[in-house]
Write a protein that binds this ligand. Structure first.
Ligand SMILES: Cc1cc2nc3c(=O)[nH]c(=O)nc-3n(C[C@H](O)[C@H](O)[C@H](O)COP(=O)(O)O)c2cc1C
Length: 389
């Protein structure tokens, strides 16, 4: 293999396309229905302009901050993703990479590695749950997170079980046994590097979700856990407030896209929100988070930590989000592509790309650091923002 280092997130994406089985790659790039929101998450950033200065720049640009009570070397953290079989070391590799780069991470309850192993590799881990199963099982998941030493909780609410996708959802087996291995052989055998990385560990991806079961139940397969979640009635704001109170510490609500709901999150006792549309995987036509961010920041920015995720591929995207009032951003697909391309080093590579891109942007804009940014630093085209609600 040539030099595994990559220069941009786009290069990592191209490498992971070559490396991963089509079904796994497809699950990462997918968006709901026509992918309007997924694409808008990216094009919205492209529409925002920067106006560099030619002189008077600062020799050092300050990027350190605090995310949900945790010191972070830059305003970037890993967004939780429940995607299996990307890399044998999975979220443990992500935890090592984030610990090495001094940033926190979110771990999905649909992730592939046990919470305890991930927290051991990076104690700055927030555990992410959905409103899934009965209330006791949610308490049990939080208790497990507490016992493992998780630094906080994330409750993700922006998922509407919208399954139709114009790209055609690939068939993903629940377990890899001989029968499914033969069925999927044409897909997998064309990806020898990926296959070798698993064979070296003497295991094949089992697609189990080890952070989902409670009370000593066996690890369910992805679709069994998904079924439990799907059949759980959605929560009221009072239900959410009860869960937050029970946790009693740092608690993010992920998936806010409206100022009225941001206020409800504050009232419910959350300490942070992420303005998000699940990477374009909630109902299609939801606006790109960056388009609604200033409206949400105006509503609750002084009361709660406002974070955003969706479409971050470059350091300049992070700078734009911070200028719009986010205190930090989360990344999803970018680190999954890094992980697929080169394991732990690939995730570090992605974090380094974002850091150096942020630094270059701050330098070019004549800023002393992230605290120096405001919305006036960004050229915003007419019609960029949807009508305020
Ligand atoms: C393959 C995949 C799986 C995801 N799984 C989860 C999950 O389990 N929990 C969650 O809160 N968000 C999940 N998300 C959403 C991400 O946390 C994040 O909101 C989104 O990826 C951000 O957009 P970006 O990929 O453009 O950075 C997932 C996203 C992708 C692409």
């Amino acid at each position: 293999m040539g030099n595994p280092w990559f220069e941009t997130v786009a290069v990592a994406k191209a490498r992971s396309k070559k490396r991963l089985p089509r079904s796994v790659y497809g699950a990462i790039v997918a968006g709901a229905e026509a992918g309007i929101s997924r694409d808008d998450n990216l094009s919205a950033f492209d529409q925002l302009g920067l106006r560099p200065v030619a002189a008077g720049q600062h020799a050092h640009r300050e990027m350190a901050t605090t995310i949900m009570g945790q010191p972070a070397s830059m305003p970037v953290m890993i967004s939780p993703t429940g995607v299996q079989a990307v890399h044998p070391e999975g979220e443990v590799a992500v935890a090592r990479a984030t610990a090495a780069r001094g940033v926190p991470m979110g771990l999905s309850s649909f992730g592939s590695k046990p919470l305890e192993d991930v927290v051991a590799a990076n104690p700055q881990t927030f555990f992410q749950i959905y409103w899934a199963g009965d209330r006791d099982s949610m308490s049990a998941r939080m208790e497990r997170a507490r016992n493992a030493g998780a630094a906080g909780m994330i409750l993700t609410l922006d998922w509407s079980f919208s399954h139709g996708r114009d790209w055609g959802s690939p068939s993903i087996p629940e377990k890899i046994d001989l029968k499914t291995a033969i069925e999927h052989a044409p897909d997998v055998l064309t990806r020898p590097q990926w296959l070798m990385s698993w064979l070296k560990t003497k295991q094949l991806p089992d697609l189990g979700v080890p952070n989902f079961p409670t009370g000593g139940a066996p690890v369910p397969g992805f679709f069994e856990a998904y079924g439990t979640w799907m059949s759980t009635p959605p929560p009221s704001w009072d239900d959410i407030a009860g869960l937050i109170e029970e946790w009693g510490g740092e608690f993010m609500i992920k998936g806010i896209g409206r100022p009225d709901e941001a206020k409800r999150a504050v009232q419910a006792g959350a300490t942070a929100i992420s303005v998000s549309n699940h990477g374009g995987n909630n109902i299609d036509s939801s606006p790109a988070p960056i388009r609604v961010l200033p409206e949400v920041v105006d509503a609750v920015g002084s009361e709660i930590q406002v974070i955003m995720d969706g479409g971050i591929r470059r350091g300049s995207d992070v700078v734009k989000a911070l200028a719009f009032g986010a205190e930090a951003v989360m990344i999803g697909r970018a680190y999954l592509w890094g992980l697929a391309a080169n394991g732990q080093a690939g995730v570090e590579n992605v974090l380094d790309i974002l850091r150096s891109g942020m630094d270059a942007t701050l330098l070019g804009m004549g800023k002393s650091g992230i605290a120096d940014l405001s919305i006036d630093d960004i050229s915003i085209p007419d019609g960029f923002f949807p009508p305020r609600i």
